[in-house]
Design a protein around this ligand. Sequence first.
Ligand SMILES: [Zn+2]
Length: 177
Amino acid sequence: MRALILVDVQNDFCPGGALAVADGDSVVDPINRLARASPFVIATRDWHPADHGSFADQGGPWPLHCVAGTRGAELHPGIDRDLVDVVLDKGQAPDREGYSGFEGTELERLLREHDVDTVDVAGLALDYCVKATALDARRAGLNVVVHRGATRAVEVEPGDAEHALDELRTAGVEVVD
Ligand SMILES: [Zn+2]
């Protein structure tokens, strides 16, 4: 069985959001197309406590974003929710990065329960949470396909997206357009 993991397609990561990824909302249409073709769709949400360690006021690298229960933490309204089977919240432990959808969640158990052997991965942001989720999926022994055209990168440093893709390919992840 094949599953689609939609990583953090949330208001705060889209234009106008607290940690907007350039062009982030342009993943919505390709993601809906992927979701329509997928038998099992899981969407992750970055879902932080207000004192999360990744926030600048706690000494972390990022501005306040995706605080649990806020509008910024909601999935982008363009995502067709009827196509999403499960929403999983991550990043809830204050002292952990929580980039990966596998970290502190039921994701691996859920995939095993559904006899998933291959995951398609898309969403935001390629060089952080998409990468971490795809690498953890490989560690869990799954075949992994990252859909480049349905991701966008933060690119704190220019070239981060390409480095992320190299790292994914080295780990055995298939990258497709
Ligand atoms: Zn976060």
